[in-house]
Design a protein around this ligand. Sequence first.
Ligand code: NAP
Length: 277
Amino acid sequence: MKKGFSDFFHCLVRPHRAYGDTMIIEANVSPHESQSMNNSGAGAIQGKVTLVTGASRGIGLAVARSLARMGAQVALCARDEGRLAAIANELGRDGHKAAAIPADVSQASGAASAVQRTEQALGPIEILVNNAGIGYFAPVQEASEENWDAVIDTNLKSVFLLSKAVAPGMIRLHGGHIINIASLAGKSAFAGGSIYCASKWGLLGLTQCMAEDLRPHGIRVSAICPGSVNTEFSPHVGKDPAKMLQPEDVAHAVEAIVTQEPQSFISEILLRPTQKP
Ligand code: NAP
């Protein structure tokens, strides 16, 4: 008889260690049981340390859940400490190892500390998913310098800071994935999109250049560009949520990237809803 998921794990969930405000949750998984999960075809990332930013809700949460189900150890980063703790507990109850890493990645100190605490808690980062992002949509003549700084620092500067911080460790390991959640807004222009589009066009340029810098070291830097996704991100007025992309669709694209054979490099994925919402 096929074993159910809960049969594999005893779910002895416990806070493991604490580093500052890092909370690590792990389940009691024996190496034999853990190995069984490789049968899913997701063995490529079994045990790999993954840092997902913006993991408190939406796309980042779906990506974190999916990578945890595939066997990765997942560090969950966002500003909302309470939500991160609840998600880490949920993942631990389901038999996964997860760490809550509250941080504001738009600040240099927050980004550095997120990487440092993840590596102290779980080990060297092999997969970084730069997903944290905010939107600002208004005509350029109404936008302020504060609007510009908030969006650019969150959507673009954070990716530079976090990628720069994880790169030396990945170079030592001669491998790794950096996956940047960009947007189709990084490939098009529309009224009211000046600052958000600038952040995502910039992110695609940053992604492509970092990919060239890090390719010789066996590190793959990729971008995923989704269209409208059904999250709390923006109101998506007049769109049918059922036709929109779901956060799990973006997680599926991340799965495709991290399960590639070593010689293959998916550098960019454009993701659209099948029917216009
Ligand atoms: P969301 O539901 O609003 O989630 C955004 C996440 O980013 C939250 O977890 C938020 O957590 C975190 N975050 C924001 N600022 C942060 C900061 N300074 N430091 C750390 N974490 C921060 O949005 P989403 O739809 O999932 O969007 C995720 C990514 O996908 C963004 O980069 C967005 O641009 C991109 N995207 C979204 C869509 C869409 O239609 N939804 C389409 C294309 C691309 P806290 O508030 O707890 O910090």
